[in-house]
Ligand binder design. Structure first.
Ligand SMILES: [Zn+2]
Length: 556
């Protein structure tokens, strides 16, 4: 807002490059105030306020865009996503959304026919739920359509692989191959032969033989992702797993001026190594933090997923004698996090089960005790099952809760693959977003694309309704865990900007910030919550430049 005494200095302001007016701007400033108009100069917001006040910024060369009442928000930020891997998958044998084993097999057959030159058929996006409860992806289905070339298909959640016999043969996996420490080769109980599905660390036994994507393919994958994300109104992300090849890809696209995305890259913690890898991480951070990219985060996977019993639980899975597989030994984790915190890194945890979440909180607590509060903004992603005793620990430790809200409705993963294995009592605490928010902790959202859609409007709808965004369910799942729309919007804008270390430049529509803005085709506050996923982004501005949609022609 412009104070009354500011009016005189306004006249001296040089005109803006761009003025959007006549809109419903939900600014996401601290007061959650609304405005009608915004003026942009050199990519920066120079005015936010009323239509009649913006006139002072209109010069002969100013492009003036009438919004006709449309809603404007700060551009979305995704706090947990895999853009390059997702882009590569979308361009490879993509099984996303096909929904049944038969259709997967057809798609693999068609892809193999269309790409006779590819030595391996690589792809992903299949869902465990498509094989039915307890059923596993089997090699025979793939052998029937691709007998001669190896096939490697990653599951939608990235925690399992489905391979054919040729791939197992190339990897040298036989009935005598032991399970790796951090994974499982699924076997025929009668013969001990590998059946074609591999869990967690066992996927690496085959993946090690898959030819890595070329630099050109990575670049093409990233271009695909950036275009898609800009189309969903996203202009900043946290990449939840960045390898050196990914960092080079970002740098290359940014060097071409084509990275219309602010990227926080999470460097990957190699669980086979220990603290001796920290100097390498420091070197990577220094080398790759340039332009639109910063690489000051380290990602630590602390467990797997519920559906294959590798998420770490405090109490065993129902009727089993396992509590999952901790990826890093909890005591070692404390030392690692303390060192990373001292070295200036933000730690981004993957923790699904209540046991792994406790390990992460304990490690951050240990770092706090040793280093004091260094303000590193550590965060835990996924948070599928939180022990209620741990919810009040987030706020005092400054731990940010990074949920993937599109998972928080009663789909097959929840009803068939989760609740039966943890029981009703613990299931009360599945994705307890509102409970965490009410505790005073900061909540941020991410998609985990390509695990799930990267469209924030679908994710926001689920956070608000706890129902399937496309009408998949009739009843809200744990309705007490629904959150209000402003909270959900904050989790994808100003709060996500905070976890990305970008809140001074982005995340709200305020004077002095970058003009990362979106226009929507409807006002989310004026529609039924079940309609939020129907809303469309019509324009995305990245530092004032349109990167999706076009600026409507000026009124004058
Ligand atoms: Zn992820």
């Amino acid at each position: 807002m412009i104070a009354w005494w500011g009016a005189a200095s306004l006249a001296a302001e040089p005109p803006a490059d761009l003025v959007l007016r006549g809109g419903a701007l939900y600014t996401m400033d601290a007061a959650r105030s609304w405005a009608e108009a915004v003026a942009v100069r050199d990519g920066e917001i120079v005015f936010v306020g009323r239509d009649r006040e913006v006139e002072g910024f209109v010069g002969p060369d100013t492009k003036v865009v009438p919004l006709d009442g449309h809603m404007v928000l700060p551009a979305f930020q995704d706090a947990h996503i895999h853009p390059i891997a997702g882009g590569l998958q979308a361009l490879a044998c993509d099984l996303t959304g096909l929904g049944s084993a038969e259709r997967y097999v057809e798609a693999v057959r068609d892809y193999a026919r269309a790409h006779p030159e590819e030595p391996w058929i690589v792809g992903g996006g299949w869902s465990m739920a498509a094989f039915g409860p307890g059923a596993l992806a089997r090699r025979g289905l793939l052998d029937a359509v691709v007998p001669d070339r190896p096939v490697y298909l990653e599951s939608q959640d990235g925690h399992s692989a489905w391979v054919n016999s040729r791939a197992l043969e190339i990897a040298g996996i036989t009935r005598d191959t032991p399970d790796p420490k951090d994974g499982r080769i699924d076997r025929d109980p009668a013969t001990g032969d590998a059946i074609g599905s591999l869990q967690e660390g066992a996927t690496a036994l085959v993946y090690a033989h898959v030819p890595p994507p070329t630099a050109a393919q990575r670049l093409e994958g990233l271009r695909h992702a950036v275009k898609m994300l800009n189309g969903y109104g996203i202009t900043a992300i946290q990449d939840a797993h960045a390898e050196t090849a990914d960092l080079k890809t970002y740098r290359e696209l940014d060097g071409d001026g084509a990275l219309s995305l602010r990227v926080v890259a999470s460097l990957w913690w190699r669980r086979g190594r220990g603290e001796e890898q920290i100097p390498d991480l420091i070197a990577q951070r220094r080398q790759f933090s340039t332009g639109n990219v910063t690489a000051g985060t380290v990602k630590i996977m602390q467990d797997g997923v519920m559906e294959n019993y590798t998420a770490v639980l405090l109490e065993p899975y129902l009727g089993m004698d396992t509590r999952g597989i901790p990826m890093v030994e909890p005591q070692a984790l404390k030392g690692i996090v303390t060192k990373l915190d001292a070295e200036g890194f933000q730690v981004h945890f993957h923790a699904i089960g209540d046991g792994a979440i406790r390990h992460a909180l304990d490690a951050i607590e240990a770092a706090r005790a040793r280093n004091g509060n260094l303000g590193r903004r550590h965060h835990i992603s996924h948070l599928q099952l939180i022990d209620p005793a741990d919810i009040p620990r987030f706020r005092p430790l400054g731990v940010i809760a990074n949920f993937q809200p599109v998972w928080a409705f009663a789909d097959d993963y929840i009803t068939e693959l989760t609740i039966p294995f943890i029981g009703e009592e613990r299931s009360r605490w599945l994705y307890p977003i509102a409970s965490v928010q009410r505790s005073g902790a900061m909540v941020v959202f991410g998609s985990d694309w390509s695990v799930s859609t990267a469209n924030p409007l679908h994710e926001i709808e689920v956070a608000v309704t706890r129902m399937g965004p496309l009408g998949e369910t009739a009843e809200p799942f744990l309705p007490g865990e629904r959150i209000e729309l402003p909270v959900a919007l904050a989790a994808f804008t100003i709060n996500a900007a905070y976890v990305n270390g970008l809140e001074r430049q982005t995340g709200s529509i305020e004077t002095g910030k970058l003009a990362d803005l979106i226009v929507l085709d409807r006002n989310l506050f004026e529609i039924d919550a079940a309609e939020i996923s129907d809303a469309r982004v019509t324009l995305t501005l990245f530092a004032g430049a349109p990167v999706y949609g076009t600026l409507p022609s000026a009124r004058e």
